[in-house]
Design a protein around this ligand. Structure first.
Ligand code: COA
Length: 168
């Protein structure tokens, strides 16, 4: 099965989504990694390289991440997008992560909803997401987007819940 590439630019009422690029490392992405509680540490150069690798991977497989910016002032809020992750290229995972100071304003739901619609426009019929059992805000975002719980999985590091959404 071949799919159309994920739209590189998306707009919502309050937000604009554009490809996540290496320059985002210094502007906001490294800061976001520093806010994680999983002990992620990366230098600026390592982060730039990772973001360059993600762009290369999108050129090869047609799915990737988008920087979320507030349209009113261009402020970077975080990212959302699609990845293979624990799923597949046919039925990828939806992901999103915001800087803490921008939580609680409906931004993740608004941005991720645009990605769900864009995923449907690629020709895909199903999306997944995997969420730590403790992550109440993320479950709520997915509930608002029409995802349902499917099953529990685990890897060597942690347990997670698979959620699924059929696309029209
Ligand atoms: C998950 C995350 C992206 C949500 O971003 P956000 O912009 O705050 O999300 P939204 O405002 O769109 O929606 C959050 C919802 O969770 C609810 N919520 C937040 N904390 C909650 C809590 N402790 N208990 C119950 N509900 C909670 C909010 O009230 C809101 O629901 P509502 O619209 O019904 O009021 C953000 O918390 C984040 O970046 N977390 C760290 C990264 C992460 O966990 N990513 C997901 C990995 S699966």
């Amino acid at each position: 099965m071949t799919y159309r590439p994920l739209a590189s630019e998306l707009e919502t009422e309050r937000l604009s989504l554009r490809p996540l690029v290496p320059a985002d490392a210094a502007e906001w992405h490294l800061e976001l990694l520093g806010e994680r509680e999983d002990g992620t540490t990366r230098t600026l150069d390592e982060d730039r390289r990772l973001l360059a690798d993600l762009l290369a991977s999108e050129a090869a497989n047609g799915i990737g991440f988008r920087t979320i910016r507030r349209r009113s002032d261009g402020e970077p809020l975080g990212y959302t997008g699609l990845l293979i992750g624990r799923a597949s290229l046919d039925e990828p995972e939806l992901a999103y992560e915001l800087l803490r100071r921008h939580h609680g304003q409906g931004y993740a739901t608004e941005a991720a909803r645009a990605v769900v619609d864009a995923a449907a426009a690629t020709g895909r019929t199903r999306l997944w997401s995997t969420v730590g059992p403790w992550n109440t805000p993320s479950f709520r975002v997915l509930e608002k987007l029409g995802f349902r719980r499917d099953r529990v999985g685990a890897d060597e590091r942690s347990e997670f819940v698979y959620l699924v959404r059929d696309l029209p």
